[in-house]
Design a protein. Structure first.
Length: 312
């Protein structure tokens, strides 16, 4: 039996559109046992919306990758999937599914690929590298691409950094949230973001959290996405008023991510709760941790023993 656990991720971190990501302690978990017929059992957030057939994104990804690597169909099995990553909320649910599918198939092929190689494939499927890189490797990732490669640089999150998520109840499909972005931006805006991504790199390498508010500022995507995310600016503003180190749209939204030290967590949660009273919909708030490790794979052997092997 295989057990795979893939974390949620928050992409962009404000200025780093398609370039920065962070792994979070919310998980998609799956177990796979080989058997003659395919049975997929989704549980958890949005389980009722997920296909139980070959069209399930995890299975589709696994099968596609297995075929590419072996020329054969992936062996059928019993797949139990339980996820606490809400769907289409900007927390990397589809990236987690793609990574889970690739890791599953990778365990079943004769010559498994490295995670660096899997990152390339995952990025090609997902269309952007930030979520999949954070999901595969964990921590803060800085990721860039050239024509042939996807390259990531990783920083471990400090133990005292808290992550708060304000999650609206409505989904925002990434495709819509990307379609709304302009194809061209001004030189001023490009420079604005380049300067701020540089500040992120300084903050991560020096553990200097004093610059995060400036580092997370953005002109390339968040303002365009406010029309899809009711209350985005208010939630970000309220986070800063309450002492957040950084507050951004998480990925393509609609979730808002606030990074904070321990002392300001309660104040941020109180401000969000008070703002939420003015909405016609319920705001779900989660307090999670930044994760230093990415997806985990365990092979469980059942021959009267509890032997566990990991792919790492
Ligand atoms: N970087 C991507 C975007 C993340 O902002 O569109 C999508 O979750």
């Amino acid at each position: 039996m295989l057990e795979i656990r893939v974390p949620a991720t928050s992409a962009n971190l404000g200025s780093g559109l398609d370039s920065l990501g962070l792994a979070l302690s919310l998980y998609l978990k799956l177990t796979y046992t080989s058997q003659p017929a395919l049975v997929i059992e989704p549980r958890g957030d949005g389980a009722e919306e997920l296909p139980r057939t070959k069209d399930n994104l995890i299975w589709k990804t696994a099968d596609r990758f297995y075929r590419e690597m072996t020329g054969k169909t992936i062996p059928a099995g019993y797949l139990s999937v339980s996820s606490h990553i809400p769907l289409s909320r900007g927390l990397g649910s589809s990236a987690a599914a793609v990574v889970a599918g690739l890791l599953l198939a990778n365990q079943l092929i004769p010559r498994p690929l490295t995670r660096e190689q899997l990152l390339h494939t995952a990025t090609a499927i997902e269309g952007h590298p930030d979520n999949v890189a954070a999901a595969l490797f964990g921590g803060f990732v800085l990721v860039y691409q050239d024509y042939k490669h996807v390259i990531r640089v990783q920083h471990y999150p400090p133990p005292d950094l808290e992550c708060l998520l304000a999650i609206p109840p409505y989904p925002v499909p990434t495709k819509d949230s990307r379609a709304i972005l302009p194809l061209q931006v001004s030189r001023d805006d490009a420079i604005f973001n380049a300067q701020r991504v540089a500040l992120w790199i300084h903050a991560l390498s020096q553990h200097d959290w004093s610059v995060l508010r400036d580092a997370a500022d953005d002109r390339l995507h968040q303002s365009y996405r406010t029309s899809l995310v009711e209350g985005l600016n208010d939630l970000i503003y309220a986070s800063y008023e309450a002492g957040a180190l950084a507050a951004t749209l998480s990925g393509s939204g609609p979730t808002v991510l606030a990074l904070s030290d321990k002392d300001h967590v309660e104040a941020i949660l109180r401000r969000w709760a008070s703002l939420a009273q003015s909405y016609d919909w319920p705001l779900t708030v989660r307090h999670v941790r930044p994760l230093g490790i990415g997806a985990e794979v365990k092979q469980i052997y059942s021959v009267n023993q509890e032997a566990v092997a990991s792919d790492d």
